[in-house]
Design a protein around this ligand. Structure first.
Ligand code: GMT
Length: 380
């Protein structure tokens, strides 16, 4: 198939999923065209089946708000025509599904008009935050209903979208995935462990875009409690608005020497694969891709019992779950685990087993392929 993929190309989870999906599909022989304002950050190396088309947004002085969505729709239509794409797959409803809808109409209106179906994948904040903002809700609902196919990354997100946006079309749950051959323990750079934990300390890790919804300062609070009882260090991967608050909190608590802010990393698996526990104390996660990537690397997740997280982590088996803000419990779970090597080993294996048996790219990419095929058959 020839597939156009659009996503936010920066560090958000939806962009990561879209990029990894494109790369996996390309490996399976599909022709992939990324259409976005910047090259997706995880798009590595040249690949004969992968093409990237940049969307230029002209900055005419009249445009206080340059209309990216219109430039995107134009580029989607152009690329689809030039490369004879079979379908567009947009990640994150706003504004991508609206642009895809316009592109579909533009192509249909041509003299020898053709059908260009599009799939919208809902990721989370496109529904839970943006979609519920009154100024975006009607157009989000409209573009979802106009999509030829809609997927959501968890049952939670599907149900919430149906309930709160009252959309009438079918939403297919296709879970996020991880490449279990790449995300695995100690494969990449085991010497990193020695670098981060020179005195045999335990390693905790957090990976996010440091937005308020991630509650990064809770990570510092949890780590402070753990560090009092177990020699340990905390790796923070990512960057964003709450980074300096977290940095200040670590300084105020006098633990900043043991909190390593690594910033944005392209190959997160290198750091994950030498860590012991992931802390994910988010206010909300529609899925929690960071936890899945950690689990594949045999890193045990301690997360909040929110959104789609319980669909991924079974409390007490493949990780631990606590209420939002309950830093005491999350710290106690980590301490219990870090003081008991047998338990840690057992839960490491359980985490990896969940990733391998339910969320490996080998399983999930086939679901996307089948979904595309069904949609193409319906719209032919
Ligand atoms: O985590 C974020 O806030 C970024 C956001 C995005 O759309 O880029 O992530 C959402 O999509 C990820 C990939 O499907 C999910 O794993 C995250 O749980 C989800 N984030 C939230 O629901 C807050």
């Amino acid at each position: 198939m020839k597939i156009g993929i659009t996503c936010y190309p920066t560090y958000g989870g939806s962009g990561v999923v879209a990029t990894e999906l494109g790369m996996e599909l390309a490996e399976r022989g599909h022709e992939i065209h990324f259409i976005s304002y910047a090259q997706p950050i995880r798009l590595t190396g040249p690949h004969p089946n992968i093409h990237y088309h940049e969307v230029e947004v002209s900055r005419y002085p009249l445009f206080d708000y340059p209309p990216y969505d219109l430039a995107l729709a134009t580029r989607m239509a152009e690329v689809s025509e030039l490369y004879d794409l079979d379908l567009l797959h947009v990640h994150y409803a706003i504004p991508h599904s609206v642009s895809a809808l316009l592109a579909r109409q533009m192509l249909a209106a041509k003299p020898r008009g053709r059908k260009l179906p599009f799939v919208t994948t809902l990721h989370g904040t496109d529904i839970t935050l943006v979609g519920l903002d009154r100024s975006y809700l009607p157009i989000t609902r409209f573009s979802i209903e106009q999509s030829d196919g809609v997927t959501a990354v968890s049952k939670y997100l599907k149900e919430r979208t149906m309930r709160e946006l009252d959309v009438r079309n079918h939403i297919e749950v296709i879970y996020n995935f991880v490449n279990c051959d790449v995300y695995c323990r100690n494969k990449h750079n085991p010497a990193l462990r020695e670098e981060y934990a020179p005195n045999g300390e335990k390693l905790l890790v957090h990976l996010s875009n440091f937005r308020p919804v991630k509650r990064v300062t809770d990570t510092i609070e949890i780590f402070e409690r753990i560090r009092k009882q177990v020699p340990s260090r905390l790796l923070l991967i990512g960057d964003g608005p709450d980074r300096s608050r977290a940095e200040w909190l670590a300084v105020q608590k006098g633990i900043h020497d043991d909190v390593l802010f690594l910033g944005k990393q392209e190959q997160v698996y290198e750091n994950l694969s030498v860590s012991d526990i992931m802390l994910l104390p988010s206010e909300l996660e529609s899925f929690g891709l960071a936890a899945l990537e950690a689990m594949a690397c045999e890193v045990v997740p301690i997360a909040t019992r929110v959104g789609g997280i319980p669909e991924l982590i079974e409390h007490g088996q493949s990780g631990y779950l606590a209420d939002v803000g309950d830093v005491e419990s999350m710290a106690n779970y980590a301490i219990e685990l870090l003081k008991n090597d047998d338990l840690l080993q057992q839960m490491r294996k359980a985490s990896r087993a969940v990733a391998q048996s339910r969320f490996c790219s080998t399983l999930i990419i086939a679901q996307y392929e089948a979904f595309y095929r069904r949609m193409l058959e319906r719209s032919s």
